[in-house]
Design a protein around this ligand. Sequence first.
Ligand SMILES: [Zn+2]
Ligand SMILES: [Zn+2]
Length: 269
Amino acid sequence: MLDIQPIVRDNDRYNLHGHTQFCDGHADMEDFVRQAIAEGFTHYGFTPHAPTTAESPVNMTREAMPQYFAEVVRLRQVYGKQIEILAGLEIDYIDGFGPDDPYFVSLPLDFSIGSVHFIPSVRDENEWVDIDGRFENFKKKVPQYFDGDIEWVVRTFFRQMTRMVERGGFDIVGHLDKIGHNASMYRPGIDTESWYDTLVHDLVDAIMDHHYIIEVNTKAWTQHRRFFPNERYFELLRRYQAPVIFNSDAHYPHLINAGRDVAIRLFNA
Ligand SMILES: [Zn+2]
Ligand SMILES: [Zn+2]
């Protein structure tokens, strides 16, 4: 398991969640490393969307994997004295193929993030639907794949997160109540209802039982003023003394630190 203490102790200049040319990022790995050095980062972890069995244009292929690791090695040779570069993956949990699959265990990873971006449709458990993307798409999918049942979508997201946590095979739990963003745009206030709150609490309990690191994901802060998990759960995480890491989930080099300073300040307030 990843030892985050040396990374997060007395140090707020790191990011262990970022996308590049290997998935849906908008710049090359080297651009991110240079930006991270310019901003005084001590650690930068890459996490391309890992190969998955769901239909997805953003996830990398297995064929690209050797190239990815080769680029990590090359960048370490060039920049290794200035910054520590970590090779990670953001691995989707899909029933039957998730972070604990032998394929991922066989890779020379420094760490991995487990995330849920896909849930099965309401009628076909083998039809995996991306519920993570932009709201314009999400709002069309709710009637199309989920019979308009937004509560079912939310509950199924948390069920999949819980299954992922129980199966394991990763270090960091990615953006743990991200569904709250799209769901609350679909039905305002849904993420303040008591059943939703219970789902988050139950998930955090399961995470604590399995000793994962919890990511505070700051990607949506600049545009939507929202963290994942939502700021209202910071106190819960503090009370549990959960190991927490603040990640920007950057897809552009200029956003590698976006929202992180605010999140760290609010978390420690
Ligand atoms: Zn993600
Ligand atoms: Zn990501």
